[in-house]
Design a protein around this ligand. Structure first.
Ligand SMILES: [Fe+2]
Length: 318
């Protein structure tokens, strides 16, 4: 039995289509979806329509589905925040049937295949506690790629071996029972195999917004469980034209109505590196200096902070 494992599509329908085509070409028809389907990219409804049309799938909610749930029945005339604009845009552009579908999804799924238990949750925290999520994520990849000349593949290989040899990681893994543990959330593809104990950790990365520094492709992972219960994991990368995608995004109403968020995301798409975390940190400092305590950030604070941050980014990239 083979599963195509896909996570963090984030409204990027062209990337999702490219991945689905690749999965089909490999003759795989069973899917596992690990959450975060909509916010950030301008095609949320198309992504959910496509997911719903897949007959054989196991699917859970991500943390960003909760953002949409929080907006139900709220007074839209009060929606004047800068920071929330992309969630507002997504909420308005997602059909009610698709929103209801997303909100009915479970937070976790547990299944069994050929004697192997498979557990799916959006974050590794569900299985491993806070390690390795807060030390092995897109922020670390971005910091290391700015601080060294190593190519993304080398940075990821360094981080993998550091993680695998870290006593806290081994301690977290030692608490797990035999099985396959699937999660997304960090937007960095990785997997870990302990054949002796039968422990398999799989993060397929982000299909729609990869933040692992690899710019020309989008990831998903294939896991095969043989009749004898053996597990084989293969990380896939599908070629994807980010420049063309970014040009298409700039024609959408999301780009005009949630411009700041869209432009930060385009920078992430173009570099395949984390920017939102650093931008949010910058806005927080900027708001503090202004003495502005409003959260989510007011539109003015949000947009002015972005203008300054964006100029700084342009200057550092020259
Ligand atoms: Fe995500």
């Amino acid at each position: 039995m083979k599963y195509a494992i896909i996570s963090d599509i984030h409204g990027n329908f062209p990337a999702m289509q490219a991945v689905l085509k690749d999965v089909k070409e490999q003759g795989i028809s069973s899917f596992i979806f690990a959450g975060d389907y909509c916010i950030s990219g301008p095609w949320p409804d198309e992504c959910i329509d496509a997911i719903r049309a897949i007959p054989e799938k196991h699917i859970i909610r991500g943390n960003e589905e909760k953002y949409l749930e929080n907006l139900i029945d709220k007074d839209q005339s009060l929606w004047k925040d800068g920071q929330m604009q992309v969630s507002y845009w997504c909420y308005r552009n997602l059909s009610r049937k698709n929103l209801d579908y997303l909100l009915a999804l479970p937070n976790r799924v547990d299944l069994e295949c050929n004697g192997m238990k498979i557990h799916v949750a959006h974050s590794s925290v569900d299985f491993l506690g806070t390690y390795p999520f807060y030390t092995w994520n897109s922020v670390t990849v971005a910091n290391r790629s700015r601080q060294s000349d190593r190519v993304p593949e080398q940075i990821l290989a360094d981080m993998s071996s550091e993680r695998d040899n870290d006593p806290s990681f081994q301690e977290a893994v030692a608490k797990l029972e035999r099985g396959i543990y699937i999660f997304g959330h960090s937007h960095v593809q990785w997997h870990y195999t302990d054949k002796n104990r039968g422990i398999y950790l799989i993060n397929p990365g982000s299909c729609g917004l990869p933040l692992d520094g690899i710019q020309d492709s989008v990831p998903y992972t294939v896991t095969e469980i043989t009749d004898a219960g053996e597990v084989f994991t293969k990380e896939q990368r599908v070629p994807f034209d980010k420049d063309n995608y970014n040009r298409e995004v700039m024609q959408t109403t999301q780009y005009s109505e949630a411009n700041v968020w869209s432009r930060v995301i385009l920078r992430e798409q173009a570099t395949a590196l984390e920017h939102m975390y650093f931008f949010l940190d910058f806005v927080e400092q900027y708001a503090k200096e202004l003495g502005d305590e409003r959260r989510p950030y007011a539109l003015d604070t949000w947009e002015n902070a972005f203008r300054i941050w964006d100029r700084k980014m342009e200057a550092t990239e020259k």
